[in-house]
Design a protein around this ligand. Structure first.
Ligand SMILES: C[S@@+](CC[C@H](N)C(=O)[O-])C[C@H]1O[C@@H](n2cnc3c(N)ncnc32)[C@H](O)[C@@H]1O
Length: 282
């Protein structure tokens, strides 16, 4: 014992060696059983010891199975899809993603946002049932629209005469007076701050269809009311059509348009507190 103590006193490097050996063994065991998520361990061990965040979610697995076995693909082109994909990737966290419309792309959008909230708003209750029967993990609500495509011009020229549609006063929940406001959505839609909003519905290709006017206006109001940091990413599809283009230019604004590919426009809308308040949205 005496001999051991004196050897420690005489050879401090021996004590250092023992400590390094103990730490090394602990790290090695921790990496084997995968219990440590200490980020400092990664550079030392060279491997990430906790792999939970790399496990695919059940919706991602379902999406792989679906798209690998289906001949029906999403309508957006790869270039268009990549815009949203890249934004989600760059945000690098679970996001709040609101999508107007259920379609063949729904499983894809939800899978791009693992661990986040991806919520779909769909006009056709029968289509909701059909889609959810095959993909019950998707979260969707039916929305009733008060507009028709044929009213688009009149709505655009008259909305400013209704105070509750004006940029300084516009709100959504319970706003029965402003026809462009989606006023009776589930509370969850109003209570969440949406990081991304995809507008690829409702249908807007025949006169009696609801058109995208209210979706565009409501997405604008949600984005402008954002309290958290950062911008709201709004994606609008079918901008080759007159109504989508006119309403985008009136509410989402050219100055906030950051990218356009094919028929998709990407806007980054700042909270209204960061924007001068005038009589117009843009
Ligand atoms: C313009 S489509 C967009 C479709 C979506 N981007 C996709 O890739 O499938 C949007 C709307 O069309 C309707 N819709 C789309 N596919 C449908 C289908 N197979 N049967 C019935 N309605 C459909 C739904 O009301 C939906 O909200």
């Amino acid at each position: 014992m005496m001999k051991y103590r004196s050897s420690i006193r005489e050879k401090p490097w021996f004590l250092g060696l023992v400590i390094v050996g103990l730490i090394g063994s602990a790290l090695f065991i921790a990496s084997l059983i995968g219990i440590s998520d200490n980020p400092f361990l990664c550079p030392l061990t060279g491997v990430k010891t906790r792999v939970d965040s790399y496990l695919p979610t059940s919706i991602q697995l379902q999406a792989v199975l679906h798209y690998a076995t289906s001949h029906i693909v999403p309508q957006q082109s790869i270039g268009e899809i990549r815009i949203t994909f890249n934004v989600l990737k760059s945000l690098a966290r679970p996001c709040n993603f609101l999508v107007f419309g259920l379609g063949h792309d729904s499983l894809m959008w939800a899978s791009f946002n693992p661990g986040g909230t991806t919520l779909f708003l769909e006009e056709d209750p029968k289509w909701v049932q059909t889609v959810l029967k095959n993909a019950p993990e998707l979260r969707a609500h039916t929305v009733h629209y008060r507009t028709q495509l044929k009213e688009a011009d009149a709505l655009l020229s008259s909305y400013r005469s209704e105070p509750s549609c004006l940029p300084s006063k516009a709100y959504l929940r319970g706003n029965d007076r402003c026809k462009l406001a989606l006023q009776n959505l589930p509370d969850e839609v109003y209570d969440k701050e949406w990081d991304l909003i995809m507008i690829d519905a409702p249908r807007g290709y025949f006169a009696e269809a609801p058109g995208r006017m209210a979706a565009i206006f409501s997405a604008t109001v949600m984005a402008r009311n954002r309290k958290g940091s950062g911008v709201t990413h709004v994606f609008l599809h079918d901008v080759d059509r007159k109504v989508e283009k006119m309403f985008a230019e009136e509410f989402l604004c050219r100055k906030f348009l950051v990218k356009g590919v094919g028929r998709l426009w990407h806007f980054e809308i700042p909270p209204a507190t960061n924007v001068s308040q005038g009589a117009r949205f843009c």
